[in-house]
Design a protein around this ligand. Structure first.
Ligand SMILES: [Zn+2]
Length: 670
C-alpha cells in the first residue's frame, strides 16, 4: 500500500456510494456537511463513538456469568503463567522463552478478567507482569523483546500493537501513570520507524489494532502527532475494503490449500472492526458501515449457524465439518464490541450474543482447562486425525488440550468472556445502554450522583430480564435496552406503569426521572425457528441459542508423553458413545407443536452437557448411510429420505453446552 492517506480517502469515498447504509434507526440523522450522525460529531480530532464502553471494573458479572468467569480463573487462564514456558518464562517478563505475542495475549484476557471480577490475587499477578514490561522498556522506547538491530532485520510490529492495547487496558483499570508514559514513548518510536520501514507481515494485516491504544492515548493527552501516527497505520495497512470488493474472498480455501494472509480467519475476525475504528479518524460513514458489509459477505460464503465463519485456517466455506479457530471466535467478539460502540447498531449486539453464547463456550471443555484449536458445527468426534478435512491446519486441531495444533489460542482465548462481560453496558447520551444481556450490574455517575443498574436473569436460558435502577438522589437519564431482532412481541414494564410493546431490532429508550429503586421487566419471547443450511440441512434455533444433538461422550487422554500435559491441563480425544446420525422431522410451519422446550436449573458449569439450562425435544430417525469420512468428518448426506428406522424422540441442548454434536441435520419429509 503506497497510496497516501488523502488518495486512499478519496478512493474509499468512491466506494461509499455503493455501500450498504447503516441501520442506526434510533440515532439522529446526519447533518448536511458531515457523513456522521450528530452524536458522533467530533469534539476533538476523532469522532465520538455512538456508545462509550464503561471503564474496566464498572461492570460486575452475576449469576451464571460470574460462575463462568470463576471457572476461568480456576482453569487455564488463572494458572497459565505458572507452568507454560511461553508465558511463565516469556522474554516480556525477563525470561528466555517466546518474546512475541503469547504473554501479551494472555495479559489481554487476564487484565479484564481480574478487574471485572475484582479478583485481588489476579490483579496482583497482572501488576507484577506489567511492571516487568514497563521496567524492560529501553530509553529508545522499544520494549525488551524488541531486538536492538530490529531496523536492519525488519521487525514485524504486530506484538507491539498488541502490547500497547494491553497496557492501556491496565492504565484504564489502575490509572498508573508510568504505564501510559511507557505507551507514549513507544508510540513515538513507532512513528519514527514507520517512516523508514513501512508495516509488513502481521502488523500490516492487523494495523487497526494500533488505533485502539493510539485513540486511548490521544483522548488522555490530546497530542496531535498521535493522530498522524494513526493515519500512517491506516495508509500502510492492508486494504480490506478493496479485498472485500473482489471475488477472491468468496472462494473457500481448498483441502490442503494455500495459507494466505488476506483470508486468514483470525485476521478476518479482527478486521471486522478495522473501518469502524478508522471512521473515527476519517469521519466517513462508509467506513463505519463496512463491518455490516463484511459480515454479510462472510455469512454468505463462509458462514455458520453460530454466527461465526469457518477458517481452518483460512476461510473455508459453509460446510459444517470445516473448522473455526478459537482465536477467530474471541477476536470476532472483540470486534463486535467495538462495532457496536462506534456505530450503535443493535444488530452487532445480536451477533455478539449469538457467538458468545454458542461458539465461544462450545470450544472449551466445561471446566475451562482445555480447548480446541478448531471447532466444527457438526463435530461427532475429536481425535488426532491425519486424514482431516482442514485447509492448512494439522491433525490435532479439534482435540481438547493444552495447545492443540499451535499455541496461539492457548494464549489468546482468555479475552473472550471477560471482555464480553465488561462490554455488556455502555454509556450513551449521558445515560446507559444495555448492549448485550447477561446477569450483571453496572455503576456510573450522573451529575455526581452514583447510579447502579442490576440485571437479574438466567437469559439466554430464560426469556425474562429483571432490571433494577438504584439512585441515591432523584436524577434523570436515558436507559437504552437492546431489543433483539428475533424478539417479536417483546414487552417492557416499568414499575407502576402498564405493559408496553417494544420494537425488535432497536434500542428501546426509556427517559425517566429515576428515584430510589425502580424495577424494569423486559420480556423477550423466544420462538423456535429453523434455518436452511449447507446441502439442504436444517438447524434449530430459539432466541440467541442454537440447539445441537446431545451425544454420549467418552474422553480419553492422549499426548501424555508431551511436556506440560500433567492433569488438569492434559490433552483429550472425545468419541461418541451414542448414535449421532439422525435426520430431523420438523414441520417448519408448526414448530410450536413439533418441538418442546424444557427449562432446567442452569448448572454450576453453565456450558456443559449436564448443566444445560434448557433442552429441546424433537423427533427424528437414524440414517444408517450417514457415516464418518476422512477420519471424523460427518458430511451431511444430500438425500436422507431412504431411512426405514423407527422415529425416536431426541434431546437437543444448547450448542454452547456440547463438546461433540450434530447441529445441521438432514431434513426428513416423513
Ligand atoms: Zn489461535
Amino acid at each position: 500500500m503506497n497510496t497516501s492517506f488523502i488518495e486512499r480517502r478519496q478512493f474509499l469515498t468512491g466506494i461509499a456510494k455503493g455501500a450498504a447504509t447503516l441501520a442506526i434507526s434510533s440515532l439522529p440523522s446526519a447533518e448536511a456537511k458531515s457523513d456522521l450522525p450528530r452524536n458522533r460529531k467530533p469534539t476533538s480530532g476523532i469522532a465520538n463513538p455512538a456508545f462509550r464502553p464503561l471503564p474496566l471494573g464498572s461492570v460486575t458479572p452475576a449469576g451464571w456469568l460470574q460462575r463462568q468467569l470463576r471457572l476461568q480463573v480456576d482453569g487455564l487462564t488463572g494458572h497459565l503463567d505458572e507452568f507454560w514456558p511461553d508465558v511463565a518464562q516469556s522474554e516480556w517478563f525477563g525470561g528466555k522463552a517466546e518474546g512475541w505475542e503469547r504473554a501479551p495475549y494472555w495479559l489481554d484476557g487476564v487484565i479484564p478478567l481480574a478487574w471485572t471480577l475484582g479478583d485481588k490475587n489476579l490483579q496482583e499477578k497482572c501488576e507484577g507482569h506489567i511492571k516487568q514490561i514497563v521496567a524492560g522498556q529501553r530509553p529508545d522506547g522499544w520494549y525488551a523483546p524488541y531486538p536492538k538491530d530490529a531496523a536492519s532485520r525488519r521487525y514485524d510490529l504486530w506484538a507491539i500493537l498488541l502490547v500497547n492495547k494491553v497496557l492501556v487496558q491496565y492504565h484504564e483499570a489502575t490509572g498508573e501513570a508510568s504505564v501510559l508514559e511507557a505507551v507514549m514513548r513507544n508510540l513515538k518510536a513507532m512513528f519514527q520507524i514507520l517512516n523508514e520501514i513501512p508495516l509488513f507481515g502481521w502488523g500490516k494485516f492487523r494495523w487497526f489494532e494500533g488505533l485502539i491504544s493510539i485513540y486511548y492515548a490521544y483522548e488522555k493527552t490530546g497530542e496531535n502527532w498521535l493522530l498522524d501516527l494513526a493515519r500512517k497505520l491506516y495508509a500502510q495497512g492492508f486494504d480490506y475494503m478493496n479485498f472485500y470488493a473482489g471475488k477472491d474472498v468468496t472462494i473457500p480455501t481448498p483441502r490442503r490449500g494455500l495459507w494466505r494472509w488476506d483470508k486468514h480467519v483470525v485476521n478476518t475476525g479482527m478486521a471486522l472492526k478495522a473501518y469502524a475504528l478508522s471512521s473515527r479518524l476519517t469521519q466517513q460513514e462508509s467506513e463505519g458501515a463496512f463491518g455490516t458489509k463484511m459480515l454479510d459477505i462472510l455469512d454468505r460464503y463462509h458462514g455458520q449457524v453460530t454466527g461465526m465463519f469457518t477458517g481452518d485456517e483460512c476461510l473455508s466455506g459453509t460446510n459444517p465439518v470445516q473448522g473455526t479457530e478459537l482465536c477467530a471466535v474471541v477476536e470476532t467478539l472483540y470486534s463486535l464490541e467495538h462495532l457496536i460502540s462506534v456505530t450503535g447498531d443493535p444488530a452487532f449486539g445480536d451477533r455478539l450474543e449469538r457467538i458468545a453464547f454458542n461458539a465461544l463456550p462450545a470450544t472449551f471443555a466445561p471446566d475451562m482447562w482445555s480447548h480446541q484449536y478448531d471447532q466444527q458445527v457438526n463435530q461427532v468426534q475429536c481425535t488426532i486425525n491425519p486424514d482431516h478435512m482442514w485447509s492448512t491446519n494439522g491433525p490435532e486441531s479439534n482435540i481438547y488440550g493444552l495447545e492443540p495444533n499451535y499455541g496461539c489460542c492457548t494464549s489468546n482465548m482468555h479475552q473472550g468472556w471477560p471482555k464480553f462481560a465488561s462490554h455488556l453496558w455502555m454509556r450513551v447520551d449521558d445515560g446507559l445502554a444495555a448492549v448485550a444481556h447477561a446477569p450483571s450490574s453496572a455503576r456510573f455517575e450522573k451529575h455526581g450522583i452514583p447510579v447502579r443498574v442490576t440485571l437479574d436473569t438466567d437469559y439466554p436460558f430464560r426469556e425474562t430480564l429483571n432490571l433494577k435502577v438504584t439512585v441515591d438522589k432523584p436524577v434523570r437519564f436515558p436507559l437504552l435496552l437492546r431489543i433483539p431482532a428475533w424478539a417479536q412481541n417483546a414487552t417492557i414494564r416499568i414499575q407502576g406503569e402498564s405493559l408496553k410493546r417494544v420494537k425488535p431490532g432497536t434500542f428501546h429508550r426509556i427517559e425517566h426521572e429515576w428515584k430510589d429503586t425502580v424495577s424494569v421487566t423486559l420480556q423477550l419471547p423466544m420462538k423456535a425457528k429453523t434455518s436452511q443450511r449447507y446441502n439442504g440441512a436444517i438447524a434449530l434455533e430459539r432466541g440467541p441459542l442454537v440447539y445441537s444433538l446431545k451425544i454420549g461422550e467418552n474422553w480419553t487422554r492422549v499426548n501424555t508423553d508431551k511436556p506440560h500435559r500433567e492433569l488438569p491441563h492434559g490433552d483429550f480425544e472425545v468419541r461418541p458413545t451414542t448414535p449421532w446420525n439422525y435426520g430431523l422431522l420438523l414441520d417448519e410451519k408448526n414448530l410450536d407443536t413439533n418441538v418442546t422446550f424444557e427449562e432446567l436449573p442452569v448448572g454450576e458449569k453453565p456450558f456443559s452437557p449436564e448443566g444445560a439450562g434448557v433442552v429441546a425435544k424433537v423427533k427424528g430417525r437414524r440414517l444408517p448411510n450417514w457415516k464418518i469420512v476422512h477420519g471424523w468428518a460427518a458430511e451431511v448426506p444430500p438425500d436422507p429420505q431412504d431411512s426405514r428406522e423407527p422415529l425416536e424422540q431426541l434431546t437437543l441442548i444448547p450448542y454452547g453446552c456440547t463438546n461433540i454434536r450434530v447441529t445441521e441435520f438432514p431434513r426428513l419429509r416423513q
